[in-house]
Design a protein around this ligand. Structure first.
Ligand code: NAD
Length: 461
């Protein structure tokens, strides 16, 4: 499938602008109807989504049903349930004299037409979850799936016009070159999920019109394992996370910073758990995701060539199918190639670092999207929380902070800005518009104090 032509994009742009201007998308009935249509779109096409993601990523069907379809459908039902509550006006308390001149009401208004740019690792969820929030807020939407997952892109482009309002919710396709044209347009908001490198392109384009941007990026999330941790469980969580989508997850463990006293036992448990998940050594289980494309395969291959660490587990790879097994690399030192960039793949570097060093190393890198602290010691947990910065933190597990319903999810610094999930998603696509109706005219005589000439007597109340 080719990309949308400039004329096709212009048609989508004009349509979304016109429908938003008509006020249709602000209507609650419209929002509810679209959310229900989105739920059915997923329900009716689950099997096709699983097939598409298997073609793009060799992704396990169950993972697609759960992490792509189930998570998004559950989000839709929750949004439908909470829509009235979340969109209610807010009335700040009357706390001073000025409040009595007129009571403030804060209304959540849709920002307008939003451009949502998706990533390829969860091409359904990462496009449709922000869409759900944008619809809930009352926005019109242009969706741009990732071209790097072509089967998912093709499917989305086919089904979105069939299920969603064809005037207000449009799906366009574009690669980097076509995006240059797309980004010359003025949007009221851009929601971008992807790498910090391309985020700079998006943010620069948005600056021209002062368009607000939500950036959901990635980073080098460390797992900090101290001597007080439950080592077997820590290893299990780290290995499971690295297995998921072959490490191509924004909140994946990027590297392990482990107290040298428990390093060997942690590694032996990591190996045990990888063996279980993979069904043995040198196997190619059906349920294991492959690397998305040759470019990323070569990037990971190159990192393995350049590391000064030693591969002690895995390392099996096949460029033709882009199979890349979970690979543990030990003896990795700060400054190593494996720590220079977000890995976004199944390589797991293990670095010797007791807590002070682990915190220092983490502080010396860009703020990650997540930090995982494995420790049973409250004091150590407080130190990790207080002495580092990251999008979120989970202690003694992985990724749980992402799944916490209604809690904000987002990055900081290089891992992004802005939030989504629950009401925070709706707020990302909303303008908080304060309005006040002043006191009736007949009460004007009570307000003389605010007019000049001022006098101590007038203002001393
Ligand atoms: P990417 O930045 O290469 O691509 C993301 C999107 O940007 C795609 O839709 C692509 O078409 C578009 N794009 C690419 N080049 C462009 C250009 N020059 N101009 C405009 N748009 C362009 O990222 P990716 O490789 O798809 O994803 C990997 C990154 O995304 C990782 O850093 C990962 O951590 C991050 N990520 C973050 C989240 C999150 O929720 N925070 C989720 C998934 C992935």
């Amino acid at each position: 499938m080719g990309y949308s032509t400039p004329a096709e994009f212009d048609a989508a742009y004009r349509s979304t602008q016109a429908v938003f201007a008509s006020g249709l998308t602000k209507k609650k009935e419209w929002r509810r109807h679209q959310l229900k249509r989105a739920w059915w779109m997923i329900e009716d096409n689950k099997e096709r989504m699983a097939t598409a993601l298997y073609a793009d990523l060799h992704k396990d069907r169950q993972e697609t049903f759960f992490a792509e379809c189930g998570v998004t459908q559950s989000d839709i039902l929750h949004t439908l349930d909470k829509l009235d509550q979340w969109t209610q006006d807010e009335r700040p308390a009357r706390t001073n004299m000025l409040n009595f001149l007129g009571r403030a009401v804060v209304r959540k208004e849709p920002l307008g037409v939003t451009l949502i740019i998706g990533s390829w690792n969860f091409p359904i969820n990462l496009l449709l979850q922000p869409m759900v929030a944008a619809i809930a807020a009352g926005c019109a939407v242009i969706l741009k799936p990732s071209e790097l997952a072509p089967a998912a892109q093709k499917l989305l482009r086919e089904i979105i016009p069939k299920y969603m309002d064809p005037g207000a919710i449009r799906c366009v396709t574009a690669g980097p070159e076509e995006m240059q044209y797309v980004l010359t347009h003025r949007f009221d908001h851009i929601f971008y999920t992807g790498s910090p490198r391309i985020a700079r392109v998006i943010q620069t384009a948005a600056t021209k019109y002062l368009t607000p941007v939500t950036l959901e990026l990635g980073g080098q999330a460390p797992a900090i394992v101290t001597a007080t941790a439950n080592i077997d469980l820590s290893a299990k969580h780290i290995a499971a996370t690295k297995f998921m989508t072959a490490g191509q997850v924004c909140v994946n463990v990027n590297h392990v910073l482990v107290d040298p006293r428990v390093r060997d036992v942690l590694i032996s448990h990591l190996i045990q758990h990888f063996d279980v998940f993979m069904g043995g050594r040198d196997t190619r289980p059906e349920g294991y995701t492959h690397v998305i494309n040759e470019h990323h395969f070569d990037r990971l291959e190159n990192l393995l060539q350049r590391t000064s660490g030693q591969i002690i587990y895995g390392g099996h790879r096949d460029r033709a199918t882009r199979f890349f097994s979970p690979t543990i690399v030990v003896g990795v030192q700060p400054g190593d190639a494996l720590l220079a960039e977000e890995l976004f793949g199944p390589i797991l570097p293990v670095v010797d670092a007791e807590l002070n060093t682990a915190i220092a190393i983490t502080r010396g890198m860009e703020h990650p999207l997540a930090i995982y602290g494995f420790t049973d010691d409250r004091n150590e947990q407080s130190r990790i929380l207080n002495e580092t910065q990251s999008g979120g933190v989970t202690f003694n597990d992985c990724m749980l902070h992402v799944a916490a319903r209604d809690a904000p999810f987002g990055g900081i610094g290089n891992s992004g800005h802005g939030y989504h999930h629950g009401i925070h998603g709706l707020l990302a696509f909303s303008h908080l518009r304060t309005h006040i109706h002043a006191l009736p005219f007949w009460m004007e005589s009570l307000m003389e104090a605010r007019y000049p000439p001022y006098s101590r007597q007038k203002t001393s109340t």
